[in-house]
Design a protein around this ligand. Structure first.
Ligand code: FAD
Length: 300
């Protein structure tokens, strides 16, 4: 009797070591990572997400899952031994150097990922859960899927979405007009993002004006959508019970005039989507919205 080979996972653990740390702005820290198996790490680009498993003060990474059935391994650990796991974006990948960049928002030592990043140094280790080049099918893990015929792209988010948005904007093909709106903590957090002709990028710093989180982004997105020519008229969208929906990425858009990609604090993007649908008549199927984190709650 021959035993069937175990299935190859789409995502697998990768031991990773910090090779560079670069403070980009007051709120963004770029951490460059490499690892012995990074030749098998195959990010798809766009808003590709990965998981970062962080060392604990007591046990470092010694309990960290390393096998292909990593999630079951992690779940089987006593809760106190589970390494904190947080979701981040591959800001850039250099396969020829076996390197990736991850841009961390520094929001203080209130969470294990931000605390780790605050003191990250060359040689520090983490474990990534990332897309596996050996997997025979598409590995997924990204949500940027605009329909080819969308006349206009609206891309908006807060600071946690800045790495994803920058990667998306840099990869946009010529001839795709886009409106990009990014809310960041302060004026010094504006990054030098190079965009093609037809891509209009607006940065919305909350400070020094002391704007409430999400207020500038919401106002700017609503204004941008009002300015766009659309097929359906405001008021057509039926009400929906979406109070608990924090992430919705439609399979395909039914409104070819606009594709909106929104990511950031869950309460902000949920309320924003609701306004776009209810007040401005946008088709729900043309909005991908993703709660990247939740005010007052720890991630993952
Ligand atoms: C698909 C995806 C991609 C993401 N990509 C990135 C990325 O590239 N860079 C990035 O920095 N983040 C990114 N995030 C968001 C990141 O996962 C969260 O911010 C995460 O909560 C940070 O973990 P932590 O351990 O620092 O804080 P947690 O332990 O999760 O939270 C501790 C406290 O801090 C608060 N908090 C968490 N994040 C923030 C924040 N940014 N500002 C203020 N308060 C916060 C929480 O509400 C909680 O009260 C992404 C999330 C998703 C789902």
């Amino acid at each position: 009797m021959t035993l069937a080979a175990p299935p190859i996972p789409a995502y697998r653990p990768f031991a990773a070591e910090v090779t560079r740390v670069q403070r980009l702005t007051p709120s963004f820290l770029r951490v460059t990572l490499t690892g012995p198996a990074f030749g098998d790490l195959a990010p798809n680009g766009w808003d590709q997400r990965i998981k970062v498993l962080l060392p604990t003060a007591e046990r470092g990474l010694c309990d960290c899952p390393r096998g292909e059935d990593w999630y079951a391994e992690w779940r089987a650990l006593p809760v106190a031994h589970r390494n904190p796991m947080r979701t981040y974006t591959v800001r850039a990948a250099r396969p020829e150097l076996r390197e990736i960049d991850v841009d961390f928002v520094l929001h203080g030592a209130t969470g294990p990922a931000s605390a780790w990043a605050e003191s990250a140094a060359t040689g520090d280790e983490v474990v990534l859960i990332g897309p596996n080049a050996a997997f025979p099918g598409p590995t997924g893990g990204f949500e940027w899927r605009p329909p080819a015929d969308a006349a206009c792209l609206l891309i908006a988010g807060d600071e946690t979405a800045v790495p994803a948005v920058c990667a998306i904007v840099e990869a946009l093909p010529a001839g795709r007009p886009a409106r990009v709106l990014l809310e960041v903590p302060e004026a010094g957090d504006v990054l030098p993002l190079v965009a093609r002709d037809g891509v209009e990028v607006t940065w919305l710093p909350r400070r020094p004006a002391a704007a409430a989180r999400g207020a500038l982004l919401t106002a700017a997105v609503v204004a941008a959508v009002r300015d766009l020519p659309r097929r359906s008229a405001p008021g057509e969208a039926p009400p929906e019970d979406d109070a608990d929906v924090l992430w919705d990425v439609p399979a395909e858009s039914s409104d070819a005039s606009l594709y909106a990609w929104l990511a950031g604090e869950a309460g902000v993007v949920t309320a924003l989507r609701r306004r776009l649908v209810r007040e401005l008549g946008l088709d729900r199927g043309s909005i991908a919205f993703m709660g990247y984190w939740r005010e007052g709650r720890s991630g993952d």
